[in-house]
Ligand binder design. Structure first.
Ligand SMILES: Nc1ncnc2c1ncn2[C@@H]1O[C@H](COP(=O)(O)OP(=O)(O)OP(=O)(O)O)[C@@H](O)[C@H]1O
Ligand SMILES: [Mg+2]
Length: 489
């Protein structure tokens, strides 16, 4: 057989093809010998290698990306204090909440922390949890700042296809016997039964079934003195507030401008989009906003109804609120099945008429929609003209309701549907949800564009072209029989 030295060289050079070729021809006895040799002789060098990797991260990490020390509280005051220099950092926290703006390096920090946990002791089982399976693939596990990006190839056990992530088994296996499970928060039931020593929860505020998933994680994280890292851009969620206020939680905050490594283009794009807005305080600064009293709907109501859309929807409408001038154009796609509505996409944007016209037509095509419901602008047919002259727009079915004082009534009609649990967001749509949770409808408060677009689409779907009477709007949500949709887990 090939010598162990040769195998060792192949492992060190991370030449997977060669390692596989060697293992493919090895007899069972030889495999046993290899296993024994790897377990015995390389334990020390693995440990050394792990320490090198982590030391490199500690040199590169920004102060707020390092695990908190509750002795010096550097994680809270790192801007003035810099990283922790304690001889014996106190890491006795139960939860580390890295609640920060977009692009602050949350995912990279989480990936390194996860690696640190997996390398700390051989044979430990931990988990990374992302909002969806797609997020695991694109961001948390295989993304540019994800787990695989920080894992040195010589410390992992690759799959037969040479991948670091065994997607089918939802795991990344390390050569020291530690296992990192990769879980999607869409399926909290799969967390049940796990026995974890640590967990890293990425973008927890965007989890569609947050309370249930958190409950399952609390039961599952139970080996030794378990620790949990939450890396997230915040949203006004009761659970997040509760966790951040808990004495066992170490909280670290950071804003987009704190990360010097973020590309200038990304920084400029995000600042242009959000600066000076309420959403910006949340998305850029990482501020946990308060819920507005008397708002149309609460975030908990939205969260409770969140679920994926059924494969077939009866009708799909794109609602448009074409505010004049340089303001944002609200564009929201909504589908109906039986007596429930699914908010499919918020494609709102700022742009010239040809820009937004194209986005409306594209959004309708993307969702295979039936109709556009666009608010008629005061004193003219500009909106219809824009949509009809947009390529592909000439033959689309369109309605042009007129904004009147009935607008608030229509919004209230939608509020009734939310309260009955009949409105479902298929994803987190921060700006639309921000408008829904801050608009109170008090006199003279202009209703915001995304919300209006949503109202037009929902209204068209529930009322058709009838032009509802006051009775319709006030009574329909209650009188309609409700077919309870099954939750998609
Ligand atoms: N300590 C660091 N050293 C070098 N580059 C870093 C560091 N921290 C973050 N970066 C870079 O900053 C960018 C953003 O990092 P990352 O994706 O981890 O941020 P994020 O806060 O998770 O972003 P998002 O809000 O989009 O999820 C990446 O290009 C990453 O490589
Ligand atoms: Mg991230």
């Amino acid at each position: 057989m090939t010598s162990l030295t040769e195998l060792g060289a192949a492992l060190r050079s991370a030449d997977r093809a060669q390692v596989e070729a060697i293992l493919a021809v090895a007899t069972p006895q030889e495999l046993e010998a290899i296993e024994a040799a790897l377990a015995g002789s390389s334990g020390e060098s693995q440990q050394q290698r792990a320490e090198e990797v982590l030391a490199a991260w500690h040199r590169e990490a920004l102060p707020y990306q390092l695990p908190p020390c509750t002795r010096c509280k550097s994680h809270e005051r790192w801007r003035t204090k810099g990283p922790c220099k304690c001889k014996k950092p106190d890491r006795s926290w139960h939860v580390w909440a890295l609640v920060a703006g977009r692009g602050t390096g949350k995912t990279l920090a989480g990936a390194h922390w996860a690696l640190e946990q997996a390398l700390a002791k051989p044979g430990l089982v931990g988990a990374v949890v992302a909002p969806t399976h797609n997020d695991l693939r694109r961001i948390t596990v295989e993304g540019p700042s994800g787990l695989v990006s920080v894992l040195p190839p010589d410390l992992i056990v690759p799959t037969p296809a040479g991948r670091a992530w065994n997607e089918a088994a939802s795991a990344v296996n390390l050569v020291n016997g530690s296992v990192i499970h990769t879980l999607s928060a869409e399926h909290p039931d799969r967390i049940r039964g796990e026995n974890l020593a640590w967990a890293w929860l990425d973008e927890m505020a965007a989890w569609s079934r947050l309370d249930y998933a958190w409950e399952q994680l609390e039961f599952a994280t139970r080996i030794g003195t378990p620790q949990t890292l939450i890396t997230t851009t915040p949203r006004p969620l009761a659970l997040l507030r509760e966790l951040m206020a808990d004495l066992g939680t170490a909280v670290t905050r950071a804003s987009l401008t704190d990360n010097p490594h973020l590309s200038e283009t990304t920084r400029a794009r995000l600042l242009k989009r959000y600066a000076g807005t309420r959403v910006g305080r949340q998305e850029l600064e990482g501020e946990v906003l308060d819920e507005t009293e008397g708002a149309l709907v609460t975030l908990s109501l939205i969260d409770a109804g969140r679920m994926a859309a059924p494969k077939r929807l009866d009708r799909i409408v794109v609602g448009v609120d074409p505010s004049g001038g340089r303001a944002e154009i609200g564009i929201v796609a909504v589908g109906r099945q039986d007596e429930d509505l699914w908010i499919l996409e918020d494609a709102s944007l700022r742009g010239s008429p040809s820009n937004w016209g194209a986005v409306v037509v594209d959004t309708l095509a993307k969702h295979k929609g039936d109709r556009i419901a666009a608010e008629r602008n005061y004193g003219g047919d500009m909106v219809e003209h824009v949509l009809r002259t947009t390529p592909g727009g000439a033959h689309i079915a369109m309605s042009f309701p007129t904004a009147t004082r009935g607008k608030l009534l229509r919004a209230e009609f939608l509020q009734g549907m939310y309260e009955q649990g009949r409105v479902h967001h298929v994803d987190v749509m921060p700006e639309l949800e921000d408008q829904l949770t801050t608009y109170t409808g008090i006199t003279n408060e202009a209703s915001p564009d995304r919300l209006d677009a949503l109202v037009w689409a929902c209204h068209e779907l529930m009322m058709g072209n009838r032009g509802p009477s006051r009775e319709d709007m006030l009574t329909s949500p209650v009188s309609m029989t409700r077919a309870a949709p099954s939750r998609i887990t």
